[in-house]
Design a protein around this ligand. Structure first.
Ligand code: CDP
Length: 224
């Protein structure tokens, strides 16, 4: 048994999981792992290579050819797909539109969960996603389940995306978030659901600092 600490942060799309996870990792000197970036990078590969999502052989073959790596700098996500830096491209709409469909595939989840478990085996980590506290690390030291008003979530994500893509509309972002929430909560394979022992954090009216303090108050007693 290893004694490393795992903090699992799950929740709906665009509800600030990664902002909190990064701040927490920075404060505690833990490693931050953005599991969503892995599903996004796989989706980018599938889109570029026209992988047929109904063809299990093609999916298995594609997964063998995908090599993902995180390069952590300043607690920001830097992910490479077969040695190419794709951190920006995976946030764009073509990937966002397809990612939940790809993430619902059993073969894809199986491979990603295996890699995520390996990353958290011996190090202190904060990992955010949809199934971290339920499937990836059911024995996590601390589990937080985040949620926020869907309108607030869409506005936050819209602001983020608008900087790089001035043509994007709030409506498009809202629809994407609603669609992904639906797909993520209704899929057969490890759907997004709150683990019974996860603490709920609704951050609709909270600042990032308040959320960090909330999480620190929960984690600090577990560190000694
Ligand atoms: O940042 P945002 O909340 O919009 O999403 P993300 O964390 O980048 O995840 C993108 C998509 O990957 C989600 O909508 C899920 O479909 C999928 N995902 C998943 O299935 N399981 C995870 N542990 C993380 C992400």
């Amino acid at each position: 048994m290893s004694n490393n600490i795992v903090i699992a942060i799950d929740g709906y799309s665009s509800c600030g999981k990664s902002t909190l996870a990064k701040a927490l990792a920075k404060k505690l000197h833990f490693i931050y792992i953005d599991s969503g970036a892995m599903y996004r990078a796989v989706t980018l590969y599938f889109l570029r290579n026209h992988v047929d999502l109904t063809n299990h052989e093609q999916i298995a073959e594609a997964l063998k050819n995908i090599h993902l790596n995180f390069h952590s700098r300043d607690y920001q996500t830097h992910i490479t797909l077969n040695d190419e830096e794709v951190s920006e491209e995976i946030r764009q709409m073509p990937v966002s539109d397809k990612v939940s469909e790809v993430a619902a595939l059993r073969e894809v989840r199986h491979e990603m969960v295996k890699q995520q478990q390996r990353m958290g085996r011996s190090k202190n980590i904060v990992m955010d996603g949809r199934d971290i506290g339920t499937t990836v690390f059911p024995d996590a030291t601390l589990k937080i389940f985040m949620t926020a008003d869907p309108k607030v979530r869409a506005e936050r994500r819209f602001k983020e995306l608008q900087e790089k893509n001035p043509n994007i509309t709030l409506e498009e972002v809202f629809e994407n978030i609603a669609h992904r929430d639906y797909q993520d909560t209704t899929r057969a394979e490890s759907p997004l659901v709150r683990a019974p022992d996860a603490i709920i954090l609704d951050n609709t009216n909270m600042t990032p600092d308040q959320q960090l303090q909330f999480a620190l108050d929960k984690v600090e007693p577990l560190l000694s």
